[in-house]
Ligand binder design. Structure first.
Ligand code: NDP
Length: 328
């Protein structure tokens, strides 16, 4: 038996989440069984702990889109009992049972061996949000971003993606301008390495002029919507925006003029289906370019019992930094 957060659907079609003891025989098929140490809370988890957001295929369901732990059993040559592993993406926690449990069984292809120097706790303090922030920074660098070119904007900065992006960019020598709607978080963002705080309201208005002054050498955007449209018109010539999230909306009420007259690039970042080699590259970069003492400042500890409340909080944009769920 193991403990898990199980989401069940009643006859009235409503879902409810509770911590339950589950028999190991109920684990889904897969080559590798992992004793989970930690998971986290992401926006998608908020949806799947609650009514599902169209992401969950079958009930009862165990949410948790990421986890880190130790291999218990493996029928795949790449993994042996005792190996430390991390999993993000592949629709785990949505279409497949996820990390809000003391045990998970998954395909070997979905796992990444934990890089040397990173504990399972640190890996999940990073989690999907931090891993995606790293992918975004790598994409900006691959498109020419270098320190000294000017401030790099991070939107949704107090959230998981934004907090980790701020810390990584600052560690890599960039000047970071952090956009937040929560002025009380200014000290937190400065401690992570932001040198400028941009109030959310400054970027809230929809595009009136397609080109504004050239302010930003790059941008990690967790917000999307009208804010992303506005930011495109403020990028420096040839600069790139990594589009990661939609905390502010999925629409893009933008003009194409920044692409045509300033050579601005809009780079899409997907963490879910990311190829294995780039996953390895990102996790290795995390060990060198994310200051672990700053990561620790972002962490809010939690247990399985806290998840229904935290799921609602992340949907309401109330979570600061990274929630680290100790499933044991
Ligand atoms: P969080 O909820 O932790 O952070 C989002 C932040 O955005 C909030 O903390 C808040 O920051 C800001 N925000 C919230 N609502 C609004 C709004 N209406 N308008 C403007 N800003 C707002 O989420 P994560 O950091 O974990 O994820 C961020 C986004 O990235 C989500 O949309 C998520 O689904 C997506 N994502 C995408 C991935 C991918 O593979 N592409 C992977 C992981 C996440 P503040 O209070 O500082 O303004």
């Amino acid at each position: 038996m193991f403990k898990a957060l199980l989401v069940e659907k009643g006859e009235d079609g409503k879902t409810s989440a509770s911590v339950q003891e589950i028999d190991e025989s109920r684990l889904p098929e897969g080559e590798v069984t992992v004793a989970v140490d930690y998971s986290t809370v992401n926006y998608k988890d908020g949806l799947t702990i609650g009514p599902g957001g169209g992401l969950v295929r079958n009930y009862p369901h165990v949410p948790g889109i990421d986890f880190a732990g130790t291999v218990e059993e493996s029928s795949d040559d790449r993994y042996a009992p005792g190996d430390k592993v991390v999993l993000t993406g592949w629709r785990v926690g949505e279409a497949h049972w996820g990390g809000y449990a003391q045990k998970a069984r998954v395909k070997a292809d979905w796992l990444v061996p934990l890089p040397d120097g990173l504990s399972t706790r640190q890996a999940m303090a990073v989690g999907t949000a931090g891993f995606t922030a790293m992918l975004a920074v790598m994409a900006l660098e691959d498109h020419g971003l270098k320190p000294g070119q000017g401030p790099v904007l991070v939107t949704g900065a107090s959230g998981g993606v934004g907090s980790v992006a701020t810390a990584i960019l600052a560690k890599c020598g960039h000047e970071v301008a952090a956009v937040t709607g929560r002025p009380d978080n200014a000290d937190y963002l400065t401690a992570l390495g932001a040198s400028q705080i941009v109030p959310r309201d400054d970027l809230a208005e929809t595009v009136k002029r397609p080109l504004e002054s050239e302010n930003w050498a790059g941008c990690v955007d967790a917000v999307g919507g009208a804010m992303l449209a506005r930011v495109l018109g403020q990028m420096k010539y040839g600069a790139s925006v990594a589009a990661v999230g939609l905390a502010g909306g999925a629409g893009l009420p933008a003009s194409v003029v920044p692409f045509l007259l300033r050579g601005v690039n809009l780079l899409g970042i997907d963490s879910v289906m990311q190829p294995y080699d780039n996953r390895l590259r990102a996790w290795k970069r995390i060990t060198t370019d994310l200051p672990m003492e700053r990561l620790e400042e972002m962490v809010q500890p939690a247990t399985l019992d806290d998840l229904p409340r935290l799921g609602a909080d992340i949907l309401a944009g109330k979570v600061k930094g990274r929630v680290l769920v100790d499933v044991n």
